[in-house]
Design a protein around this ligand. Structure first.
Ligand code: IPM
Ligand code: MG
Length: 380
C-alpha cells in the first residue's frame, strides 16, 4: 500500500515540476501591458464577494460612480458587475472561480473585488489565489503609512509563487505524513524585484529591504535573495539590504527603528503575514488597501477577509469600508487617473483622520458603513 502511494506521489511530483517549468518558461517571455493613459475604453469589473463584501462594496461602487461620472457618461470607463463569485456559486460548481465568472473577469481590464470566503481544509482553493494565478497577478503591492510616526512603507509581495503556487496540491500518506511544496522561479522573482526597484527609483526611495528566511529555506529563499540582488545591481543608488523575516516582524513593532524602512520586497507567504502586521500598525487590517498587479490585468481588494463572524453577530452593516476604498484609490492610480485617486485619498483622510464627523468602529457603537459612505460622498 505505502509503496503504491510513494509511486503515486512521485508521479504527482513530476507533474507539478513539469507544470512549474512551463510556467517559468512562459513568464520568461514576458507579456504585453495596456497603456491606460492612452486607452479610450477601460473596463472596471466589480465583484461583491461574501460576508461583509456586498456591504463595503456598495460604498466603493458609489464612490467610483461619483469620481468617474464624466468618464462613465462618455463611455471611456465602464463599470461592469461580475457575478458568480460568491461562496455559494463556487461551492455549487466546486470551482474556486467558476469558469464563466473567470471569462467575465478576463473581459475586464481591472477588477475591484470584495472579500471572498476561503473554506478551511477541503479541496476548494481560495478564489483570491486562483484569480492571482489565472490572471498572473504577480505583484501584491500594499502601502502602509503612519505620518505622525514618519512611517511610509510599501510592500512588494510576490503573489503567485512560494507556498501559494501549489498550496492545494500537496502530498498525503494518510495517517503518516503530509507534504506541501514551495516554488521560487527565476522569472517570477526577477519581475517582482524589478517592480520594487523601479518603484523605489521613481519615488525617490534609497533603500529596499529584501526579506526572506534564506538561512533555512536555502533553495527557494536563497534564490529569491540572490536574484533580488542581481536586479539591485541595476540600481546602484538604491541600497539593497538583506533581512530575515523573523527579525523584520520584530522591527515593525520597534518604534526606534521602524521608520527607517521604505520599500520591502518579499516572497509570498512572508508578505502575506507581515502586511497584516503592518496594516495593524496603521490602525487595523480594515484600513489598508491591496493591489494585485500583473502585466495585463490587475485586481484591487481590501487586505481583510469577509468577516463571517461580523455577519453572524449581526454587525455586518457596521463594517469599515476604508480598506476597499483605499483599494479603489490604488485602482484609480493604476489606470492613470492620479488626480481622482488623490481626491479620494484626501476625502478619506479628512473623514478618517482630521474631521472624523462620522466614525466607524466596526461595531454597533460606531456609525454604519452606509453612514460613512454618505459622509465620504459629501466630501468627494
Ligand atoms: C491576503 C489574504 C489571502 C492570502 C487569502 C484570502 C487567500 O490573506 O490577500 O493577504 O493569503 O493571500
Ligand atoms: Mg493575508
Amino acid at each position: 500500500m505505502t509503496e503504491e502511494m510513494i509511486a503515486a506521489a512521485a508521479g504527482h511530483f513530476e507533474t507539478l515540476l513539469r507544470e512549474q517549468l512551463r510556467r517559468q518558461a512562459r513568464m520568461a517571455q514576458g507579456a504585453e501591458s495596456k497603456d491606460y493613459a492612452k486607452a479610450d475604453h477601460i473596463v472596471i469589473g466589480i465583484a461583491d464577494g461574501d460576508g461583509i463584501g456586498p456591504i463595503i462594496m456598495r460604498e466603493a461602487r458609489r464612490a467610483a460612480e461619483k469620481l468617474l461620472r464624466g468618464e462613465i457618461a462618455s463611455g471611456r470607463v465602464e463599470l461592469r458587475e461580475i457575478r458568480g463569485l460568491t461562496l455559494e456559486d463556487r461551492l455549487a460548481c466546486a470551482q474556486a472561480v467558476p469558469a464563466d465568472a473567470l471569462e467575465a473577469v478576463k473581459g475586464c481590464d481591472v477588477l475591484l473585488k470584495g472579500p471572498t470566503t476561503t473554506p478551511k481544509g477541503g479541496t476548494l482553493e481560495s478564489a483570491n489565489v486562483t484569480l492571482r494565478r489565472e490572471l498572473d497577478l504577480y505583484a501584491n503591492v500594499r502601502p502602509v503609512c503612519v505620518p505622525e510616526e514618519g512611517i511610509d512603507w510599501i510592500f512588494f509581495r510576490e503573489n503567485t509563487e512560494g507556498e501559494y503556487a501549489l498550496g492545494s496540491r500537496g502530498i498525503e500518506i494518510p495517517g503518516e505524513l503530509t507534504m506541501d511544496f514551495k516554488v521560487t522561479t527565476d522569472a517570477g522573482t526577477r519581475r517582482i524585484a524589478r517592480m520594487a526597484f523601479e518603484y523605489a527609483r521613481a519615488n525617490g526611495k534609497n533603500r529596499v529591504a529584501i526579506v526572506t528566511k534564506a538561512n533555512i529555506m536555502k533553495k527557494t529563499d536563497g534564490m529569491f535573495s540572490r536574484i533580488a540582488h542581481e536586479v539591485a545591481s541595476d540600481y546602484p543608488d538604491i541600497e539593497a539590504e538583506d533581512w530575515y523575516i523573523d527579525i523584520m516582524t520584530a522591527n515593525l513593532v520597534n518604534p526606534a527603528v521602524r521608520n527607517r524602512f521604505q520599500v520591502f520586497l518579499l516572497p509570498n507567504l512572508y508578505g502575506d503575514i507581515i502586511t497584516d502586521e503592518a496594516a495593524q500598525i496603521q490602525g487595523g487590517v480594515g484600513t489598508a488597501g491591496s493591489a494585485n498587479l500583473g502585466s495585463r490585468y490587475a485586481m484591487f481588494e481590501a487586505v481583510h477577509g469577509s468577516a463571517p463572524r461580523k455577519i453572524e453577530s449581526g454587525e455586518g452593516d457596521y463594517a469599515n469600508p476604508a480598506s476597499i476604498l483605499k483599494a479603489l484609490e490604488l485602482l484609480l492610480r493604476h489606470i492613470a487617473m492620479p488626480e481622482k485617486a488623490d481626491r479620494l485619498a484626501e476625502a478619506l483622510h479628512l473623514c478618517t483622520e482630521t474631521e472624523r464627523r462620522v466614525v466607524v468602529t466596526g461595531h454597533r457603537d460606531g456609525a454604519s458603513c452606509r453612514e460613512f459612505g454618505d459622509y465620504l460622498l459629501e466630501k468627494l
